[in-house]
Ligand binder design. Structure first.
Ligand SMILES: C[S@@+](CC[C@H](N)C(=O)[O-])C[C@H]1O[C@@H](n2cnc3c(N)ncnc32)[C@H](O)[C@@H]1O
Length: 281
């Protein structure tokens, strides 16, 4: 009797275990099927495409552009043109979707913020479908770049999305290379400033750096030139327009540059030392 009940118990036990195992297996299969059915979330790549010459794109950026499903770039609402797309074109396969994200040409911060939010949603939508997407920016993706705004909004909307930034060659690195002039040497420092407020960033600074790069010089070249003259310590100042593009121009006299029609794609490198690195004073 004792043996009988033991055997019964064991049978029940194994029966239970069998059912348990079966349901475990079913659960595992269900999870696998769900995993297969569920689209994998894609990755967002921020790609710095470099200053202009398509050969100045990094190998990593070119590899990623060859693999992503969608390429995004910022464009104005007035046209469908993107310089970043033009630069990257030789590295984007024909079949890859290229989508412009239109931005209103306005100083209204709310309107611009709405546009960023909307565009971040568009990007996240593709990523949630399992697509890998690239967002192109000129020069380096982390230097005065629109990708900074995209990251902020994407992280707010979808914090789980994987983001990878691929650095690019900045406009001023390309300009220094074009001029065969070191940006910094020895104990020197370099300040990269926005020229949107003219030369004020330089005027306001207490300890003056040996080297200054003005990006976004655009309509403020005249005031930047005045600030450089006021300091009296930057004898080697050069303007570079459309660096590494076919219409590139080097303007060694920034007085002359200030008299020209303003061009957005203009930067100024101001140096206390002369071109060959020895003190000009
Ligand atoms: C919004 S910032 C973008 C900077 C860019 N992310 C970079 O890494 O160089 C735009 C400014 O960069 C400078 N810039 C960008 N590309 C340039 C180029 N190819 N030649 C000269 N200046 C350029 C201009 O001063 C322009 O106004």
């Amino acid at each position: 009797m004792r043996n009988e009940s033991k055997t019964k118990c064991q049978t029940e036990k194994y029966k239970d275990k069998g059912i348990g195992q079966q349901s475990e297996t079913i659960k595992t299969i269900q999870t696998i099927i769900e995993d297969i059915m569920k689209p994998k979330t894609g990755t967002l790549y921020g790609i710095g495409v470099g200053p202009g010459d398509p050969d100045l794109i990094t190998l990593k950026a070119a590899k990623i552009l060859n693999q992503v499903d969608v390429v995004f770039a910022a464009a104005s609402t007035k046209n469908n043109h993107s310089l970043a797309v033009n630069i990257a074109k030789p590295h984007i396969p024909e079949h890859t979707a290229v989508q412009m994200l239109r931005f209103p040409m306005t100083r209204d911060k709310n309107e611009t913020a709405r546009a960023w939010c909307q565009h971040a949603l568009t990007i996240v939508e593709e990523i949630e479908y399992g697509k890998n997407v690239a967002f192109l920016t000129l020069g380096d993706a982390m230097t005065y770049s629109t990708f900074g705004y995209i990251i902020k909004h994407v992280q707010k909307i979808a914090p789980h999305v994987e983001i990878q930034t691929v650095p690019g060659i900045t406009s001023y690195q390309a300009a220094a290379a074009r001029l065969n002039t070191p940006l910094v040497e020895g104990e020197e420092s370099l300040m990269v400033v926005s020229g949107v407020k003219g030369g004020n960033r330089l005027r306001e600074l207490a300890g003056k750096p040996e080297n200054v790069v003005f990006l976004k010089a655009y309509r403020n070249v005249g005031d930047i030139k005045d600030a450089i003259d006021e300091m009296g310590t930057y004898p080697s100042s050069v303007g570079v327009k459309n660096c590494s593009h076919p219409d590139e121009e080097i303007i060694p006299d920034i007085q002359e540059l200030s008299e020209r029609i303003p061009d957005y794609w203009t930067l100024i490198i101001a140096k206390q030392n002369s071109k060959n690195g020895s003190s000009a004073e």
